[in-house]
Design a protein around this ligand. Structure first.
Ligand code: NAD
Ligand code: MN
Length: 501
């Protein structure tokens, strides 16, 4: 089948008499979400011991809206002294009020936070899209609902920990230092804070420097919820602030989500200390598509797997492995579908792909696009229009690639998919496993037995079958190899925040 045949079938009028002219491709009218109700402060302080406090050195850094390149606010830069103050507040809360509360009352606070997140969901969604560039459709329908779901889920465990670990006595670890990335800012905060509090710990959390807005709004919510002072502390800053947390002597556990490079630095710093740690790092997920799968559904799944959140997803399915005899057809269908994706204003409800999170990431992704060409790949990008300012990249497909290419081995963390073919299930498994990562993968087939056979062979923390990027607070998440150590979510996520006696 030639490319033009497929295009023609897709846009043909529904009946010969139809007045609808699909061939000219309708434009969507803009449907922007209004940011008018969202009150963003000009400047945010550190949230330590239940109060907003100025940073010791008085330094601030700007946060940019990546869709407009405009500065939207500034955050305080926490120094070693500020981190120390936050850890002391967390220690005091841990030894005092928080520990003396009954588990049931602790649970009530977490439920209250969950309900207040739902009440303020719209503000949080808009802020998340403005500060980070993700489409409002995703922040509104995926991120924020999942944030609330995590707090609800872990609130329920607070007074049932004995049942989670039968025959053992679970005890909180103490003060937890938590460092999170910019791709799912509030969701990563929820993954960290909800289980920590449910198990009776106190926390010092640092959001990523390009996306600290919703974390500071969360600090305001925590204050409004009346949580005892010092239980949740939020300090803003860049890598230096993060390493002050990692290296603080009075922290009992480090929970880190971010790049494999920084994960390795952290692991080195923690070696030989008695701090516990979990590391959720990078990925290069494989999507294995067999000839017997429902192809159109699979194409939708692949689109969701790689272009969701601009491809800024650790578990993104960034490598398609398609059975050789259906490869041409699948590639044409993918290209066809790419043309319908709308790239642009994150606040527009029609937008499928928003802005790349920061200038730095924009440059990184672009350098991978150039590298792909240098490595000899064929590059296909959709022809849609993109805004003149802001950091936007059209959805991209690399074909004619090989396993040893850097674009196949390294995490691009952008809207770019590589396509390879395979003949047998064993070849697919081998190619899927042949990267340094092991976070996530997907299998599309009509045969349940094949799902189990391939699933067993994949060395990935998460495997989806005939779908992708489905998340739920009850199910554990985490990686093998360079994708990290430990699990978050579900019962496994509780285990990471208790000592069992
Ligand atoms: P990053 O590692 O650069 O930064 C992550 C966080 O660590 C930020 O808050 C940053 O300020 C902080 N940091 C930087 N240097 C530090 C240091 N030396 N010590 C302590 N903290 C430091 O990663 P990123 O670019 O923000 O995020 C993208 C990466 O995160 C991708 O590789 C992605 O795969 C990964 N990620 C993984 C998961 C997962 O669950 N496995 C989830 C989301 C993102
Ligand atoms: Mn920003």
């Amino acid at each position: 089948m030639s490319e033009s045949t497929i295009k023609e079938t897709t846009y043909k009028p529904t009946s010969p008499n139809s007045k609808l002219d699909f061939a000219s491709l309708w434009e969507y009218a803009p449907a922007p979400e209004s940011p008018a109700k969202l009150k963003i402060k000009n400047q945010y302080q550190l949230f330590i011991d239940g109060k907003f406090q100025k940073p010791s050195k008085g330094r601030y850094f700007k946060s940019v809206n990546p869709a407009t390149e405009e500065e939207i606010t500034e955050f305080a830069e926490a120094t070693q002294k500020d981190v120390d103050k936050a850890v002391k507040a967390a220690r005091q809360a841990f030894e005092g009020e928080w520990s003396s509360l009954s588990p049931k009352s602790r649970g009530k606070y977490i439920y209250r936070i969950a309900r207040m997140l739902q009440e303020r969901a719209r503000e949080f969604a808009i802020a998340e899209s403005m500060d980070g560039g993700k489409p409002i459709r995703e922040s509104r329908d995926v991120d924020i609902p999942l944030v609330a779901a995590h707090f609800f889920y872990y609130a329920g465990w607070a007074d049932k920990l004995d049942f989670a670990f039968p025959g053992k006595k679970p005890e909180p670890l103490g003060v937890c230092g938590q460092i999170i990335p910019w791709n799912f800012p509030l969701l990563m905060l929820a993954w960290k804070i909800a289980p920590a509090l449910a198990c009776g710990n106190t926390v010092v959390l640092k959001p990523a420097e390009t996306t600290s807005l919703t974390a500071m709004m969360f600090a305001e919510l925590v204050q409004d919820a009346g949580l005892p002072a010092g239980v949740v502390n939020i300090v803003t800053g860049a890598g230096q602030t993060g390493s002050e947390i990692v290296n603080h002597k009075d922290i009992d556990k480090i929970a880190f989500t971010g790049s494999t490079g920084v994960g390795k630095i952290i692991q080195k710093s923690l070696a030989g200390t008695d701090k516990k740690y979990t590391l959720e790092l990078g990925g290069k997920g494989a999507l294995i598509l067999f000839e017997d799968a429902a192809i159109d559904q699979a194409v939708e799944g692949i689109i969701n797997a790689i272009y969701f959140n601009q491809g800024h997803v650790c578990c993104a399915g960034s490598r398609l492995l398609v059975q050789e005899n259906i490869a041409d057809k699948v590639i044409l269908k993918l290209k066809d579908r790419l043309e319908t994706l709308i790239v642009g204003d994150p606040l527009d409800k029609n937008t499928d792909i928003g802005a790349i999170n920061s200038k730095q990431q924009f440059e990184t992704v672009n350098s991978y696009l150039e590298l792909g060409v240098e490595e000899g790949a064929d590059v296909y990008q959709s022809k849609c229009s993109i805004p003149d300012s802001g950091y936007f990249i059209r959805p991209t497909l690399f074909t004619n690639v090989s396993q040893s290419n850097r674009i196949v081995q390294e995490e691009i963390f952008g809207p770019a998919l590589t396509v390879q073919t395979f003949r047998t299930a064993d070849e697919a498994i081998e190619k899927a496993n042949n990267t340094p990562f092991g976070l996530a993968g997907g299998v599309w087939t009509d045969k349940g037995s094949k799902i189990f056979r391939v699933g067993k062979g994949l060395r990935s923390g998460v495997i989806w079958a005939n779908t992708y990027n489905k998340f739920d607070p009850t199910s554990p998440f985490g990686g093998y190899k360079e994708s990290g150590v430990g699990r978050e979510g579900g019962l496994h996520g509780l285990a990471a925040y208790v000592n069992l006696k």
